[in-house]
Ligand binder design. Structure first.
Ligand SMILES: C[S@@+](CC[C@H](N)C(=O)[O-])C[C@H]1O[C@@H](n2cnc3c(N)ncnc32)[C@H](O)[C@@H]1O
Length: 300
C-alpha cells in the first residue's frame, strides 16, 4: 500500500482497501475489506466501527497488507480467514476443501423439512442418513444443529476434506450426543465402502456437478483455489447423479427419500436419468428462484 493517508485508522484503511479491491474487480469490495480487517483485529465487523478512528498497530497493518495482496490475487476470503459461516455454524475451511455455499443452505432447509415430516410419522425412531461428498461436513453438521435423533454417515473421497470435516466435527461435538445425533465420517468413493445390505431412510448429496468443459470458465477465485475434485461432474455434469440413480438408490429403504443439490439448468438432464424405482416429489428453488434441489423417493 502506498500511503497518501496521514494515519492508517480503521476507517481510512477500510475505505482505501474498498477502492483498491474495486480497481481489481473484487465482487464485494467493502464487505471483503471489513471482513479481513475484522479478522486481523480479532473483532466483529460491527465492532470495527465502534473504534473507527483507532490507528492500527504495525503488526496488524503488516498482516492486513499480506491478506489484501492475496485477496487481489484471487484467494477467497474464507480461505484467508480459515473459516466460513454456514447455516448457523462457523466452519473451518482450508484449501483442499470446497467452501460451503449459501445455495447449499436450500438443500439443508429442504432436508430438515423432509426429515421432520418423517420423524412425525416414525415417532422416537432414529432417522438414518447417508451423505455423499461431505467436504467440510457442512450439511450433516447443519442437520445436527437443527434436528435431533439422526444418525448420519458422511462419505468423501478426499483425505483433505475429511481432515477438515473431522476438525469441524470436534468443534461442534455439542451437536451430537446431547441431541441424540451421531455422525460418522468415512473415506471412500461414493457408495463403494458400504456393505451391500446397508439401507438408509435418506440419502443427501451436493455432488460435483459442473461439466468438465465449463471448469476453465469459472471465476479465478474458484478455478485456481478450490479443489477440482469437488466441482467436476464429468462431461455433461451429471456423472454423480447417474451413479446415484444406478448404484446409490439400492441403499435407500422403500419409501426412502433422496435430496440432491443440482445445477440450475440440470432438471431435465436429471429427469432423463430417473430409474423406474424412483419418483420425483418436487424441485425446490434457491433464493434466486433457480431450481436447486431435486427431491424424490424410492418406490416399493
Ligand atoms: C460440491 S462438493 C460438496 C461439499 C459439501 N457437501 C458442501 O456442500 O459444501 C462435492 C464433494 O464431493 C467429494 N467427492 C468428489 N468425488 C467423490 C467421490 N467419488 N466419492 C465421494 N466423494 C466425492 C469432493 O471431495 C467434495 O468434497
Amino acid at each position: 500500500m502506498v500511503s497518501t493517508v496521514q494515519e492508517w485508522t480503521v476507517l481510512t484503511i477500510v475505505k482505501w482497501t474498498e477502492q483498491y479491491f474495486k480497481k481489481h474487480y473484487i465482487e464485494s469490495p467493502r464487505l471483503d475489506a471489513e471482513m479481513l480487517l475484522a479478522f486481523v483485529c480479532q473483532c466483529s465487523r460491527i465492532d470495527l466501527y465502534l473504534d473507527y478512528d483507532k490507528p492500527l498497530r504495525a503488526e496488524e497493518r503488516e498482516q492486513f497488507r499480506e491478506l489484501v495482496k492475496k485477496r487481489v490475487q484471487g484467494m477467497p476470503v474464507a480461505y484467508l480467514m480459515g473459516e466460513k459461516g454456514f447455516w448457523n455454524l462457523d466452519l473451518f475451511v482450508e484449501r483442499g476443501v470446497l467452501i460451503p455455499r449459501p445455495d447449499t443452505e436450500t438443500l439443508v432447509e429442504k432436508s430438515c423439512d423432509a426429515i421432520q415430516k418423517w420423524q412425525k410419522l416414525h415417532l422416537k425412531k432414529t432417522c438414518s442418513i447417508l451423505e455423499i461428498g461431505t467436504g467440510t461436513g457442512a450439511i450433516p453438521l447443519a442437520l445436527c444443529s437443527s434436528l435431533q435423533n439422526i444418525c448420519c454417515i458422511s462419505v468423501d473421497v478426499s483425505e483433505d476434506a475429511l481432515k477438515i470435516a473431522s476438525k469441524n466435527l470436534r468443534r461442534h461435538s455439542n451437536l451430537l450426543n446431547p441431541r441424540f445425533n451421531s455422525l460418522k465420517l468415512i473415506q471412500g468413493n461414493q457408495f463403494q465402502m458400504l456393505s451391500r445390505s446397508a439401507e438408509f431412510d435418506f440419502i443427501i448429496s451436493n455432488p460435483p456437478y459442473i461439466p468438465t468443459g465449463q471448469i476453465a470458465l469459472l471465476q479465478k477465485e474458484i478455478l485456481f483455489y478450490e479443489p477440482k475434485q469437488a466441482l467436476d461432474g464429468g462431461e455433461d455434469g451429471l456423472d454423480f447423479y447417474r451413479n446415484i440413480f444406478l448404484n446409490g438408490v439400492k441403499h435407500l429403504k422403500v419409501n426412502g427419500e433422496l435430496l440432491l443439490e443440482i445445477g440450475y439448468d440440470q432438471v431435465q438432464g436429471i429427469q432423463a436419468l430417473l430409474p423406474d424405482s424412483m419418483e420425483l416429489i418436487c424441485i425446490a428453488e434457491d433464493l434466486q428462484s433457480h431450481p436447486r434441489v431435486w427431491h424424490g423417493n424410492r418406490l416399493g
